[in-house]
Design a protein around this ligand. Sequence first.
Ligand code: HEC
Length: 118
Amino acid sequence: MTRKVFGGTKSYYLLAMTVALLTLAEAHAAEPGNPNVGHTFASDHCSECHAVNENEALSPNAGAPSFTSIANTSGMTGLALSAWLDTAHPTMPNFILSKQDRDDVIAYIISLKRKASQ
Ligand code: HEC
């Protein structure tokens, strides 16, 4: 009986690991975030300093680039944004964003790139 329970636990770990790996693979695939949710999130949390709306150029905080200009910085990718948001910054408060919030806000910023560059 003990043996059976142990076996069950083992396959649970295996399952959990598989799920974790799949999630990881998905996270790297593209943009799992929802840009609409990201826009709302940015309006609530980033617009204090950044111009967050499409084609809005002037940020409330002159030192903070507009999201449209961030998106259109050449070579800007979701991965680069993700790295930025994971790094500490002297001029920007360090946010602890949940993975979902971060994915959404990144998807939103990247969406500005596509629209603006077409
Ligand atoms: C208190 C002001 C403030 C808030 C709030 C803020 N930022 Fe910033 N952010 C800045 C400043 C200032 C810079 C420029 C920093 C620098 O260049 O060193 C910056 C830079 C950035 C950059 C890098 C731009 C680039 O060209 O590499 C990204 C991406 C960014 N912010 C995203 C966000 C997101 C997403 C939020 C909301 C979750 C946010 N910021 C909220 C002040 C802020």
